[in-house]
Write a protein that binds this ligand. Structure first.
Ligand SMILES: N[C@@H](CCC(=O)N[C@@H](CS)C(=O)NCC(=O)O)C(=O)O
Length: 342
């Protein structure tokens, strides 16, 4: 399919054109009728979203899609993945080809307004960084004047890069590609001195280089990249479901509810935990959302809490070994904070 970026006004028409069901039914009804969630993910960023040789997807963003599936179907596997490049991701969501985009995507005002999308739950607080060869002997981005910089088009990265070099009165040569593979190959072959993207992406991409140990990530973070799942505007119920799945994962971590103890936790004396798991009498925490009251239980049981998903895919249990940093809970030194499920 060919993608064309649409303005917010054109999104409604595009959804109609994509299929009558998408126009007449809510997204939840549509998802239930087809029996799966169509999730837009990265084309291949190990730790975040990547397929194995048999086409099975895994990663931090993939697990978010699986959590949405678990909340709706009580089964994490009712999900299909659409790999999307930086440029293709928004048209695919706008047109209705995917129900949700979970793809290292920065929430910006332009995307939230002009592109007709909605963002709320930030699943990863990130920032843009730089990777260089150690042999370049550079300790700070401020020493990069005159460097050639590999960057992918269709990203927030391009504009941040221009702003940073301009603000610091530094010269640079942008080497821009549309496809991730092309950027990777250009940097690895030495065509650029610097690779810039989200710092989380750099941790992942460094491991795919011929000699990862020959490269380092510089300390500067030059932007705010709040990465968040996105949906189309115009369906508040679907927006709520996607947002609250994320918040449920954070709340589960805060409550100490894990994939292993979630059944036991149903007997907790804490009414907040009971309500969260849908076992408090008269709770409507699911039905008000169009789901069953055990939707949050199903998310934790099938996928895990936020911390578990983080550590397994991109943290200490993974080759990336990214520290929780800003993504630690608000009461553990980070800024991950979810509104209460009550
Ligand atoms: N967070 C930034 C950058 C996201 C982005 O697309 N990063 C690149 C480099 S890590 C990527 O994931 N490319 C994968 C692809 O195009 O398939 C944004 O939302 O624009």
């Amino acid at each position: 399919m060919k993608y064309k970026l649409l303005s917010a006004a054109a999104v409604g028409a595009a959804v109609f054109a994509f299929g009558a069901s998408a126009a007449s039914a809510t997204t939840l009804e549509d998802v239930k009728a087809k029996g799966f969630v169509q999730c837009g993910v990265n084309t291949g960023l190990a730790g975040f979203a990547a397929p194995d040789a048999s086409g099975n997807w895994s990663g931090f963003d993939v697990d978010f899609c699986r959590a949405v599936s678990a909340a709706i179907f009580g089964d994490a596997n009712k999900v299909k993945f659409t790999p999307l490049s930086a440029a293709n991701r928004f048209p695919a969501l706008q047109s209705g080809e995917v129900d949700v985009l979970a793809r290292n995507t920065t929430w910006t005002i332009n995307r939230d307004t002009a592109l007709g999308l909605n963002f709320r739950f930030i699943n990863y607080y990130d920032g843009q960084g730089f990777m260089v060869r150690k042999s370049l002997n550079v300790k700070s981005a401020l020493e990069l004047s005159g460097a050639s910089v590999c960057v992918q088009s269709g990203t927030t990265t391009e504009l941040n890069l221009a702003d940073y070099f301009k603000a610091n009165n530094l010269q640079y040569n942008p080497v821009v590609f549309e496809k991730l593979d092309e950027v990777n190959a250009a940097y690895d072959s030495g065509r650029c001195d610097v690779y810039t993207t989200d710092q989380s992406g750099l941790y992942s991409l460094r491991l795919t280089l011929k000699n990862p140990d020959e490269h380092m990530i510089l300390p500067e973070i030059i932007s705010k990249e709040p990465l968040a799942p996105a949906v189309r505007q115009g369906d508040d119920q679907w927006f709520d479901i996607v947002s609250w799945v994320g918040y449920a994962m954070i709340n589960a971590e805060e409550f100490g509810i894990t994939q292993a103890n979630v059944d036991e936790m149903k007997n907790s004396p804490n009414p907040d935990i009971k309500r969260f798991l849908g076992v408090e009498a008269d709770t409507k925490i699911g039905t008000d959302l169009g789901l069953t009251n055990d939707w949050a239980y199903n998310v934790v049981k099938n996928v895990g809490n936020y911390g578990e998903v983080f550590e397994k895919n991109i943290g200490q249990g993974s080759p990336l070994k990214i520290a929780r940093g800003l993504n630690a809970l608000w009461n553990k030194g980070g800024i991950q904070y979810a509104p209460p499920v009550r």
